[in-house]
Design a protein around this ligand. Structure first.
Ligand SMILES: [Zn+2]
Length: 352
């Protein structure tokens, strides 16, 4: 089957995306427009010229540091700009066949070069993303990302307290991202204790993306992470693998991202299939689709073409994501039914 046919079938499957950054999911055309409006210092002649700077391009170095240089914070002048990118991210996910999206964002990212305020940014993103989800008939939840480098703990406490009050607005949890090498989990124990103490917010932590299995373990044990962003290095340590299995901790794996950041050298040798065989709750996610120049369907295509995964394997990963979604029991049940029905309907369409 040719790639285009596979992608069309994959698009029709009901997908759960637990790990997508708003900052990495913004349309090139929109950034071009916002950049021109603000007169920012970026190559704004065409989508191609801008893409040369803000997207990952074939042949560029594959390192986490290089990849993180693709994120820029110069675009936003108003809450309307923030609302626009939030809505578009949900529309684009729906277009890819995502039926439940957990969209994460750093409120501080949107405030650095503006007079916008983090708590107001949270309100803007949550209200617009939720509305866009309802419009498209998909579930949208928000996760608040903290960047390891910043450590503005007073501001973070206020953000956590506010986030805990925003469950009805779709805010479901907190995430930790950024430089794991320079800022290990130990530096964030107190703020993640505050997250746990809310009793309602869930926690996911980027860990063991490029560092080590030990960081995966400490994210679970010391930061109370219920899910791990990437966590691919867990494969190096049997004890960490069994910790993940025992606690039912899901790994939010984003293969194309892992390859572009150099955390995994060859997609063929990605640790996902091995972790899957060992009983870890592995899931497929998109990370920063606009920067990767990919969609979540491309991630599923990796599973088919590189690991010989079939429809039943994809459904298993999908069900892992359903069980790991930050939803209450009734919502999980409804999502489980929707995904199961979608996979049943797709049988006989050409994927075996
Ligand atoms: Zn990420």
């Amino acid at each position: 089957m040719i790639r285009g046919e596979r992608l069309a079938i994959l698009r029709g499957l009901p997908k759960v995306d637990l790990h997508r950054h708003l900052e990495g999911a913004m349309r090139l055309d929109t950034l071009l427009e916002l950049g021109r409006k603000r007169g920012v210092d970026m190559p704004l002649d065409s989508p191609e010229s801008l893409g040369g700077v803000v997207c990952y391009n074939e042949g560029e170095p594959r390192s986490l540091a290089h990849f993180l240089g693709k994120f820029h914070d110069v675009w936003y002048a108003s809450y309307a700009d923030v609302e626009r990118v939030a809505a578009e991210a949900v529309y684009d996910a729906a277009e890819e066949g995502v039926v439940h999206l957990e969209l994460r964002f750093s409120p501080e990212h949107f405030c650095r070069k503006t007079s916008l305020k983090p708590l107001e940014v949270m309100r803007a993103v949550a209200s617009r993303a939720r509305a866009a989800g309802e419009e498209m008939g998909i579930g949208a939840r928000l996760l608040i990302t903290f960047a390891r480098e910043r450590q503005d703990f007073d501001a973070w406490k206020a953000i956590v307290d506010r986030a805990a009050e925003m469950a009805d607005e779709g805010v479901a949890g907190v995430d930790l991202a950024g430089d794991e090498f320079g800022h290990p989990n130990e530096e964030f124990v107190r703020i993640f204790q505050r997250v746990a103490d809310t009793g309602s917010l869930r926690a996911t932590v980027h860990a063991g993306e490029g560092t080590s299995a030990a960081q995966v373990a400490s994210a679970v044990e010391r930061l109370h992470a219920q899910r791990i962003g990437h966590g691919v290095q867990a494969i190096d340590d049997e004890a960490v693998v069994s910790l993940l299995v025992r606690r039912g901790v899901a790994l939010e794996i984003c293969p194309i991202s892992n390859h572009q950041t150099g955390c995994v050298h060859d997609l063929q040798d990605h640790p996902l299939p091995a972790l899957d065989r060992l009983g870890v709750r592995v899931t497929l996610n998109s990370d920063d689709p606009a920067i990767h120049r990919s969609t979540i369907n491309d991630e599923y295509d990796v599973a088919i073409t590189r690991w010989a995964y079939g429809l039943a394997d994809l459904e298993r990963l999908e069900m892992n994501a359903v069980e790991a979604a930050f939803l209450d029991e009734d919502e999980t049940e409804a999502l489980r039914d929707r995904v199961r029905r979608g996979y049943q309907e797709s049988r006989g369409q050409g994927l075996s």
